[in-house]
Design a protein around this ligand. Structure first.
Ligand code: MG
Ligand code: ZN
Length: 219
């Protein structure tokens, strides 16, 4: 019985995610779902990304947090549309929460919508929100064992950003090992080594992103 309840929740969510997807398709908006554990650098990555791609593509952001609007305030400084979702305890975003933000956006004026999920390496990977793809950040301070311990996250992501690469000399972390372990779980991952602090690797990521949005738009 318990198993079928969980399955029902996921199926109901998938249905709503598909409806979200239809709207995004109709409007030609690329959507990515950004996931990581708390503190890996999701909002910092968004700040750096917005700085670099603003003017090339039109972005909007949905911020997901259990509480507070601190992240939305950080994003609002760039003058782009941003909505904060407070889940009030729930540890992931779902299709319904995303749908509830729709009236806050004019999708005719957007090329890219980024959904910053709640910081959590577990269930955000299970819930579709209608995204084109999922991207995740793993920072070098988290350890090489994470792909093996939290495989679903790596399995569901198209992109892995290995962040805080500037800290490698100070922490016991073998980046090559992270890459190896992550690719064992998901050989299709596109991997970027980045530092939101020094800016290293961000050009490659931003170029990839702009290219992905443009390709989708013209498809
Ligand atoms: Mg954040
Ligand atoms: Zn959850």
């Amino acid at each position: 019985m318990k198993i079928s309840v969980v399955k029902d929740i996921l199926e109901a969510n998938d249905r709503i995610a598909r409806q979200n997807r239809e709207l995004f398709d109709e409007k030609g908006v690329t959507v990515f779902n950004l996931m990581s554990s708390p503190g890996a650098g999701k909002t910092s990555l968004l700040e750096k990304t917005i700085e670099a791609v603003q003017g090339k593509i039109r972005l909007g952001v949905i911020e997901g947090d259990i509480q507070s609007s601190q992240d939305a305030e950080r994003i609002a400084r760039f003058g782009i549309p941003v909505v904060q979702i407070n889940t009030g305890g729930a540890c992931h975003l779902d299709g319904n929460m995303i749908r509830d933000t729709f009236e806050e956006f004019d999708f005719d004026e957007l090329d890219l919508l980024v959904v910053e999920n709640v910081g959590n390496l577990v269930c955000p990977a299970e819930f579709q929100v209608g995204e084109d793809f999922k991207a995740m950040i793993l920072s070098v301070t988290e350890g090489e064992d994470k792909p093996a311990k939290y495989p679903l996250m790596f399995h569901e992501s198209r992109v892995l950003l290995i962040n805080k690469i500037d800290l490698v000399p100070y922490v016991d972390c073998d980046v090559e090992k992270i890459r190896e372990e992550a690719l064992k779980v998901n050989p299709h991952l596109t991997i970027f080594d980045i530092s939101c602090k020094t800016g290293e690797g961000l050009d490659a990521w931003c170029e990839w992103l702009v290219e992905t949005v443009r390709k989708r738009k013209s498809a």
